[in-house]
Design a binder for this molecule. Structure first.
Ligand SMILES: [Zn+2]
Ligand SMILES: [Zn+2]
Length: 61
């Protein structure tokens, strides 16, 4: 089950399900776009994975 973490693991910035600033690594570590680009240099500090944009939660199904 995919758990949507509500905050950046680095700076604790709030990342709402509809946020377009949320990035996840291959193992679902969650960070904000700012940390990924400026602090983490696009590499996950936990598992070395690369990041992609977390899908924005859609209200329509
Ligand atoms: Zn952050
Ligand atoms: Zn990771």
């Amino acid at each position: 089950m995919l758990e949507m973490r509500p905050v950046c693991e680095h700076c604790n910035k709030a990342l709402l399900p509809e946020s377009d600033e949320a990035m996840i690594c291959a193992y679902e570590c969650t960070f904000c776009k700012t940390c990924v680009e400026t602090v983490l240099n696009h590499e996950c500090p936990n598992c070395g994975g690369t990041f992609e944009k977390r899908p924005v939660k859609k209200t329509t199904s």
